[in-house]
Design a protein around this ligand. Structure first.
Ligand code: AMP
Ligand code: GLY
Length: 428
C-alpha cells in the first residue's frame, strides 16, 4: 500500500513514522512534510502545500495512493475529503460540512445548544458595541474567541473587563485574525482541569483512543499566552474509566446523535477538548475535526497495533475495540519552540544534538524543521516534540527532558514542567 499524509507538523511526522512501520505499507509520502519526515526510512516528502487540494489530488492519482490521511484542519474545512471522494480516492477525515465542528465556533456553540451537550454559556457578535455592552453586563473573567480557524491562537482568556474589551477590538476592529475574526463568540469562563478526548468514528461506531492532556499555555505553570500546545502526555490520569464512560455518554454519543439528526455524516478522528469541572462534570470547550498536535506524538508512541489497520477498518465499517492495543507505559512529549513563539520568532537556526538518542524509549518528532545543506534547521514556531516513554509520568518526564537537554539551537525555548499535574497525582 502507498499512503499519503497531508501536513507538515509533529502530528504528521508521528503519523508518517507509525504508518511506515505497518507491514502492509510499502511507501509513505508526506506533503509537504518536514526535516524529520525526510529522514524516516520509507518516507518521502512531496513539495506540495497542505492547502493545495488540486495538486494533492493530481499527485494521489498519479502515484496511485491507496490511502490519504489528513493531519491539519484547514484542508478538511476546505473540503479535501469531498474532493478526493469525488475522484474515487480513499481519504481519511471528515467532510467540509462535518469539519464545521472545528471551522466555526458559532456553528459549534449552536450545535451544542440544540443538542443539549454541556458547554459554557455564550453569545455571538459581529459588532463591537453590543459585544462590549455584553462584557460590561457579565463582568470578568470571560473568554473571547474568533469564530473561524486561527491556528489555536484566536482564543483570549480575559481576566478583566478591559482585557475582554481589548480582545473584541483586536478581533472585530483591528482584524487581527482576518476573516476568521469577522464574528466572535464570548463565553463564560469555566474552571477545572482540561483533557483531550480523541475518538475515531465512522459516524455509527466509535472507539475512544488513549487519553491525553496537553499544555496550551506557553510558560511554566500554565501561564502566558495560548499556543498550539507546548507539550502533552498520555494517558491522562484525570480521565479514569468512570470518567471515560461519563464523557462517552454525556458528550461523544450525544454529538454523534446530534450530527445524525442534522443530516451530517462524520468519518474521521474527532477530538473533544474538555474542561472537567471541580464537581467532576465534563463540559466541551471545543471540537477539533482531527487528531491533536502535540497529543498525537505521545499517543502514537503508545500505540502498539497498526494505525493503518485502524483507519481502514473505520473506513470499511468494521471498527472494533480489539483492533487497537496500547502500551501500559506513559508517553510524554516536550515541545521545543523558537524563542518568541507564538508571537514573533526567527527561523533558519541550525539544530544540534538530534543524533544523541540513546534509548528506544525516546523519539524526536519534528514540526518546524527543514533540511539545508545536510543540516537540520528551524523553520517554524513549534520546532520539535521530544517524547519519552516510561513506567510513570515521572519517568517519562525524566527520559524526555534528558533528550531535550542534549538538543540545542540559538534562542530555543521550552517549558520545564510538562506533566506536572499528572506527576503530582502519582505522588498522592
Ligand atoms: P479552544 O480553542 O476553544 O479550545 O480554546 C483554547 C484554550 O482556551 C482552551 O484549551 C482553554 O485553555 C481556554 N479556554 C477556552 N474556552 C474556555 C472557557 N470557556 N473557560 C476557560 N478556559 C477556556
Ligand atoms: N493540542 C491542541 C490541538 O491540537 O488543537
Amino acid at each position: 500500500m502507498k499512503v499519503l499524509i497531508v501536513g507538515n507538523g509533529g502530528r504528521e511526522h508521528a503519523f508518517a513514522w507509525k504508518c511506515s512501520l505497518s507491514p502492509n505499507v510499502s511507501k509513505v509520502f508526506v506533503a509537504p512534510g518536514n526535516g524529520g519526515t525526510a529522514s524516516e526510512e520509507n518516507v518521502e516528502n512531496v513539495n506540495i502545500s497542505s492547502d493545495d487540494i488540486q495538486k494533492l489530488l493530481l499527485f494521489a492519482k498519479k502515484e496511485r495512493i491507496d490511502l490519504t490521511i489528513i493531519g491539519p484542519e484547514a484542508p478538511l474545512v476546505r473540503g479535501i475529503v469531498d474532493e478526493f471522494s469525488k475522484a474515487g480516492l480513499s481519504c481519511f477525515g471528515p467532510s467540509a460540512k462535518a469539519s464545521q465542528l472545528e471551522g466555526s465556533k458559532s456553528f459549534t456553540k449552536d450545535f451544542l445548544n440544540r443538542h443539549n451537550i454541556p458547554t459554557a454559556g455564550y453569545k455571538s457578535f459581529t459588532e463591537s458595541k453590543p459585544a462590549i455592552d455584553y462584557i460590561k453586563s457579565k463582568g470578568a473573567p470571560l473568554v473571547v474567541k474568533a469564530d473561524g480557524l486561527a491556528a489555536g491562537k484566536g482564543v483570549i482568556v480575559a481576566m478583566s473587563i478591559d482585557d475582554a474589551i481589548n480582545a473584541v477590538l483586536d478581533i472585530l476592529e483591528k482584524n487581527d485574525f482576518g476573516d476568521a475574526g469577522s464574528k466572535i463568540v464570548i463565553e463564560d469562563f469555566l474552571e477545572g482541569e482540561e483533557a483531550s478526548f480523541i475518538v475515531i468514528t465512522d459516524g455509527e461506531k466509535v472507539l475512544p483512543l488513549a487519553t491525553s492532556q496537553d499544555h496550551k499555555a506557553r510558560d511554566n505553570n500554565d501561564l502566558g499566552p495560548n499556543t498550539g500546545g507546548m507539550g502533552a502526555y498520555s494517558p491522562a490520569p484525570i480521565v479514569t474509566e468512570d470518567m471515560t464512560e461519563k464523557i462517552m455518554n454525556e458528550i461523544i454519543f450525544p454529538t454523534l446523535k446530534g450530527l445524525k439528526k442534522d443530516g451530517i455524516s462524520y468519518l474521521g478522528f474527532l477530538y473533544a477538548g474538555l474542561m472537567i469541572g471541580n464537581d467532576g462534570n465534563p463540559k466541551i470547550l471545543e471540537y477539533n475535526c482531527r487528531f491533536g498536535d502535540p497529543e498525537t506524538q505521545p499517543i502514537m508512541m503508545r500505540l502498539e497495533s497498526d494505525l493503518v489497520d485502524l483507519i481502514l477498518s473505520t473506513m470499511n465499517g468494521s471498527l472494533s475495540a480489539d483492533i487497537v492495543k496500547w502500551s501500559n507505559d506513559v508517553a510524554l512529549g516536550v515541545v521545543m519552540a523558537a524563542g518568541g513563539y507564538p508571537l514573533k520568532y526567527e527561523s533558519g537556526k541550525k539544530i544540534s544534538g538530534l543524533n544523541k538518542i540513546d534509548s528506544e524509549n525516546i523519539k524526536v518528532f519534528h514540526a518546524g524543521t527543514t533540511t539545508k545543506n545536510k543540516d537540520i534547521v528551524t523553520n517554524g514556531g513549534r520546532v520539535l516534540c521530544v517524547v519519552g516513554k516510561g513506567r510513570s509520568t515521572h519517568d517519562a518526564n525524566i527520559i524526555a527532558y534528558s533528550m531535550v537537554n542534549k538538543i540545542e539551537w540559538k534562542n530555543e525555548y521550552h517549558r520545564d514542567d510538562i506533566g506536572y499535574r499528572a506527576i503530582s497525582r502519582e505522588r498522592e
